[in-house]
Design a protein around this ligand. Structure first.
Ligand code: NAD
Ligand code: DAU
Length: 349
């Protein structure tokens, strides 16, 4: 029986990846390692927590001794590394946490894999990264796998650094690694500090929608389960030492997306058309706000046959329905500390 370590499996993307692997590979033991920060929530995995091939371990990837003991205990065949601090605004306020979790945490995992994988046959260290490492695009062009790194926020600088370390362990120590860089994910279980779940929750509660700057920044949106499927393919079929870009070919200017969201929400909530748009409030821009991200996903399509399965309209609809049907989840994750974060981030902006 193969044993795969998935880090950050209680978070947004990680929980979808854990579910997919637990369900699709019953002969494979899935160990989910998560520190359960504010962003990690075991409620995201209630439906698989009793599966015979699933184990949860609470722990911190920054703790090198703990990571070594975990490798010793399970003798992992593979690692899918998602654990990270993931929110750009938080990285601006508190960069050190991002350097620790995203850089030191990743190097600890690389070191453990290098130490325990004396025989590398069948082994794989898969590092999940972001398109933000490539920097900011103007009106034209797409990020490809050969675009030069140009990170601009503490978050993206930490992710870029971790990508470099992963490649260094490949070239220097022959560790069998693979990396993917993905665009903005959306879908169920995303913490409501990120644009879509934050705005859905605020619309439900008739709270202001804080649009940074003029709302002209552009993001390329991908449904989270399509990302999880790409991760499955890359883990099993991706070439060692390679990088794959993953994206939705689905660019939206923030303000256009927000207006579409408002219209759909009015309908779903049975409100007068135009009600939600009155909540739009232009606020101070994010420091160093990257203008545009857009991914060229032709390599993963050509080499591994991956394309997104969901049209954006369908994905957005499913996403909104999920948040409306899971009010208890939203209430749980927004209780306690979240209230202080929200005040600092928005009410005092
Ligand atoms: P998330 O913030 O929802 O989840 C991160 C998870 O990692 C949480 O469960 C948290 O508890 C855990 N974690 C954080 N620090 C840890 C530590 N020191 N030790 C152990 N666990 C720790 O993030 P997400 O949006 O699901 O992103 C997952 C990964 O995918 C990240 O590496 C992120 O950079 C990358 N990514 C995200 C997106 C996106 O749009 N969300 C796009 C591309 C890549
Ligand atoms: O591109 C991939 C990245 O996408 C991931 O690596 C990150 O982990 C993930 O958080 C996401 O980063 P963004 O900064 O693009 O996502 P966020 O949801 O924070 O913001 C999306 C856009 O919306 C961005 O241009 C900022 C803007 N925004 C965001 C928030 C939270 C607002 O205008 N108002 C807001 O309140």
């Amino acid at each position: 029986m193969q044993t795969i370590l998935i880090t950050g499996g209680a978070g947004f993307i990680g929980s979808h990846v854990v579910r997919l692997f637990v369900n699709n590979y019953p002969d494979c033991r899935i160990v989910n390692l998560d520190k359960l920060t504010y962003a990690g929530n075991l409620e995201n995995l209630r439906d698989v927590e009793n599966a015979p091939n699933y184990t949860f371990e609470k722990g911190d990837i920054v703790d090198a001794d703990f990571i070594f003991s975990l490798f010793e205990k399970y003798n992992f065949d593979g690692v899918i590394h998602l654990a990270a601090e993931s929110h750009v605004d938080r990285s601006i306020a508190n960069p050190m946490e991002f350097i620790n979790a995203n850089v030191i945490g990743t190097v600890n995992l690389l070191n453990a894999a290098k130490h325990f994988w004396k025989d590398i046959s069948g082994k794989r260290f898969y590092h999940i990264s972001t398109d933000e490492v490539y920097g900011s695009l103007g009106a034209d062009g797409l990020f490809t796998e050969t675009t030069a790194y140009d990170p601009r926020s503490p978050y993206s600088a930490a992710k870029a650094s971790s990508d470099h370390f992963v490649r260094a362990w490949f070239h220097t120590y022959n560790l069998p690694v693979v990396i993917s860089n993905c665009s903005n994910n959306y879908g169920p279980n995303q913490f409501p500090e990120k644009l879509l779940p934050l705005f859905i929750n605020n619309i439900v509660n008739m709270k202001p929608l804080p649009v940074y700057g003029k709302g002209e920044n552009i993001r390329d949106w991908l449904y989270v389960i399509d990302h999880a499927k790409a991760i499955d393919l890359i883990y099993h079929k991706g070439k060692i030492g390679e990088t794959y870009n993953i994206g939705g070919h689905n660019e939206w200017k923030n303000i256009d997306l927000i207006k579409v969201l408002c219209k759909i929400m009015d309908k779903k909530l049975g409100r007068e058309p135009g009600t939600s748009e009155t909540l739009i409030s232009y606020v101070k821009d994010r420091a160093g706000h990257d203008m545009r991200y857009a991914i060229d996903a032709s390599k993963i399509k050509k080499e591994l046959g991956w394309v997104p399965s969901l049209q954006f309209e369908e994905g957005l609809d499913k996403t909104i329905d999920w948040y409306l049907a899971n009010k208890k989840w939203m209430d749980n994750v927004t209780s306690g500390e979240y209230q202080n974060y929200y005040k600092d981030q928005y009410e005092n902006r």
